[in-house]
Design a protein around this ligand. Sequence first.
Ligand code: FAD
Length: 482
Amino acid sequence: MTHSQVKNIVIVGGGITGLSAAYYLQKEKRNNGTPLSITLIEAGEKLGGKITTEKVDGFTIEGGPDCFMSQKPWAVELAEELGIGDELIGTNDEKRKTYVLVNGKLTPLPDGVMLIIPTKIMPFALSPLISWPGKIRMGMDLFIPPFKGADDESVGDFIRRRLGEEALYKIAEPLMSGIHVSDPEKQSLLATFPRFRNIEQKHGSLIKGMLSQKKAANHQPKNNSRLNSLFISLKNGVEELVNGLEDSLSDCQIYTKTRVISIIPAADLKYSVELDNEQHIIADAVVLATPSYNAAELLETFNPKLADQLTKIPYVSTATISMAFRKQDIQKPFTGFGFVIPSIENRDITACTWSSIKFDERAPDDHLLLRCFVGGPGKEEMVDLADEELVRKAHKELNLILGLNADPVLTRVYRWRKANPQYEVGHLERVKELFSTCSQEIPGIYLTGSAYEGVGVPDCVSHGKKAAGQVLQYLQQEQVYA
Ligand SMILES: Cc1cc2nc3c(=O)[nH]c(=O)nc-3n(C[C@H](O)[C@H](O)[C@H](O)COP(=O)(O)OP(=O)(O)OC[C@H]3O[C@@H](n4cnc5c(N)ncnc54)[C@H](O)[C@@H]3O)c2cc1C
């Protein structure tokens, strides 16, 4: 192909989704010689978006995600392709224990609870976490007929229907909101935990389904013990994945501290991507890997209808507060990965992870590192407090819950405003409509990222890969390459 056939692709947003899209486009260019010019524009000072790791005084502090699920293989596969597979680490599973705060006391989640479903009878029966009537109600899952039809419902309604109210507010709500930071009464089951509906319909019961999956998993050969954990990270933190991507993208033009301000149609089926430095780039295809409300801003003048649809995806704000302590100052050492707090407990923090117990190499040997979470639905005003106030409130809760009154030797606060997209009931329909409007009215522009089809880091890698595939398919159509 001649130089004139080189197609310009602009990716807006240098989070994990945009970087993955760039990576898979560059891979096509290198492997198949497809004539592409790939430009990635990021508004922030550095790449990575929500992924940010700070290394300071021997601590590895995660501002955003601290790990990702191994069951979704795309991030692990990407790390291996990038040549940083050896950097992947699993959790310290011999120390795995999660607690739930119930009436101000930490109660262990019984052994064998998978996601939210008990799969071991004795530990569950003996656990004080759920009352006897609550346990009997959960057991009724074995007899309640499955939901008929394909309608969406809220996660709250689903859990209440199958396992009862107590399971909802003591186990499901605090554990599941850790991933989606959502109100379970609004959260779409089909968009966030479609697996539960599948299990219910296939096995007639969540408990039976989880037991059968556990049995099948036990028969799978386990060949890589390092990655057998449910959750994976990298030795130097999740940002190592971003750094690996950045290093590999030598065939892409990358601009940071540059904001795209709008996208407008240009001649010959192209688009003009307008930048805040008064320059513009003419693109044959554009990947919008930003939060949906940012995509709305860019399309507002060009396609107000689509922009309006995009603003309908709500977001909430959160903050993480990391604190490091000297081991010698802690009187009652904590064992376990951390604890979650049901909203009914009405606390200032929603969860706490002991980062240096969960993963190796997060703190010097004589120190401990933990991080607390604040904000989310109904508690967003917390995020506006000053750093010192957030640290003070989190520390006070740790003292009340754990008796942890030692002074932290290091603290870090990361605020995440409008960072967590809310997949509310009907989200799948909304996204289907959005994608369909997009392909009909602005062909060549692709919406991707955590707003639409999954929020986890591996999901975002897969979204970026999918967007790259869509762009390539679009460019191969006759009218674009003619
Ligand atoms: C506190 C927190 C903890 C989390 N923990 C986990 C976890 O443990 N495991 C997990 O799997 N997931 C976790 N997640 C979710 C996961 O981190 C995110 O869903 C994912 O990183 C989003 O990636 P993204 O590329 O889609 O979006 P982003 O990371 O938001 O990237 C979008 C980028 O677009 C840029 N941008 C926006 N507008 C413009 C513009 N006009 N011009 C140029 N650039 C623009 C932004 O600056 C940003 O860098 C967590 C999220 C948060 C907030």
